[in-house]
Design a protein around this ligand. Structure first.
Ligand code: UDP
Ligand code: MG
Length: 331
């Protein structure tokens, strides 16, 4: 049985054939400079390009490279979760495969870890090579999350972070299906600190986060960490109720003064009806978001399905579904 490496680097991979070689080279240089042992756990999240073959070839060449190959695309957060499930290092670092997060920053994270911090997250001071739309929505998103959630999730912070084994174990015990890992890490606690960095442009390829995935991600973040969207309904109903009560005498008086034609006719009714039903449908949608997530938890499907694994020694494989243990037999 091989020994636990000191560091595990976790990289989710979805169609990153143009980045894999450079990622490996830069990580190798950085990690070798620590003089300590390390592994790179890559998770192939249903790539349709040559990513998998490239990863498997690297893993054959270098036993420190591990590959978890998903049966299909399960999404970025789930890929990171699987990487953490398989990682055995004393400290784990999550990094994007597109080199937007410079591997050289890991050295600074390690320094902080050795100084006693259990989570070292990287704060994006500046971001290069991203569309104004992405920058604007990201800015609004992080500030909204910060305001409405009950945990202090640091602003402009992605998943690029180092976590101590204690934190990784705690994170692994949280098997929720719709995962917002940066929020979950904040929720766990322990000693956390941030270091700032300049987020680079993608080395190769396009973003794998189209608008649809971004919206879903934002919903998971909000529903996972806040009841605020459910609670605003009471304020809206209160305001509408007060308006309705005030409207009765006001409209009666105005009708006497201005004549019976005031606010009459079907158009007013139709417009009001449309406004109110759009409010109601919106709140139904909000509730639906929470209900769907309850349904996900109730079904309790596995978070991901693995098609193949490369580079692991059987006995060092961690239990991937800690909750699946068989119950003690009754006597
Ligand atoms: N990714 C993934 N599955 C997905 C989408 C993305 O594993 O469904 C990976 C992707 O390969 C990259 C990381 O997650 O390593 C971040 O994705 P991306 O760079 O596209 O996001 P952005 O930086 O544009 O927010
Ligand atoms: Mg990226």
């Amino acid at each position: 049985m091989t020994e636990r490496p000191r560091y595990s680097i976790i990289a989710p991979i979805y169609n990153e054939e143009g980045n894999i070689q450079v990622l490996y080279e830069r990580l190798q240089e950085v990690m070798n400079s620590t003089g300590e042992s390390w592994e790179l756990v890559t998770v192939n999240d249903g790539s349709r390009d040559r990513s998998l073959e490239m990863l498997q070839a690297l893993s054959k060449e270098d036993p420190r490279i591990k590959v978890v190959n998903f049966a299909r695309n399960f999404g970025h957060q789930i890929a990171v979760t699987a990487g953490l499930d398989y990682a055995t290092g004393e400290a784990c670092v999550i990094i994007d495969a597109d080199l937007q997060d410079p591997p050289e920053m890991i050295l600074e994270m390690i320094e902080r870890w050795k100084a006693g911090y259990e989570v070292v997250y990287a704060v994006r001071e500046e971001r290069h090579g991203e569309s104004w739309f992405k920058l604007m929505t990201a800015k609004i998103f992080y500030r909204l999350i910060y305001r409405i959630t009950d945990v202090d999730i640091p602003l402009d912070t992605g998943d690029f972070r180092l976590m101590d084994r204690k934190v990784v174990d705690a994170l692994q015990s949280m098997r929720e299906h719709n995962r917002f890992i940066r929020g979950m890490t904040s929720w766990i606690g322990f000693k956390q600190t941030g270091i700032s960095y300049v987020r680079q442009a993608r080395y190769s390829g396009e973003t794998k986060y189209p608008l649809k995935k971004m919206v879903r991600f934002a919903m998971d973040a909000i529903t996972g960490f806040s009841y605020f969207p459910l609670q605003i309904m009471i304020y809206v109903s209160f305001v509408l109720g007060v308006l309705a009560i005030l409207a009765i005498p006001v409209i009666s008086v105005l009708r006497v003064v201005l004549g019976s034609g005031f606010l009459g006719g079907q158009v007013t009714t139709i417009v009001l009806l449309l406004i109110l039903s759009s409010f109601q449908l919106f709140f139904l949608f909000v509730m639906g978001q929470y209900v769907a997530r309850i349904y996900d938890e109730a079904r309790d499907r596995p978070l991901y399905i693995v098609a193949s694994e490369s580079g692991f020694e059987r006995e060092t494989l961690r239990e991937t579904e800690p909750r699946m243990e068989a119950p003690e037999p009754e006597v």
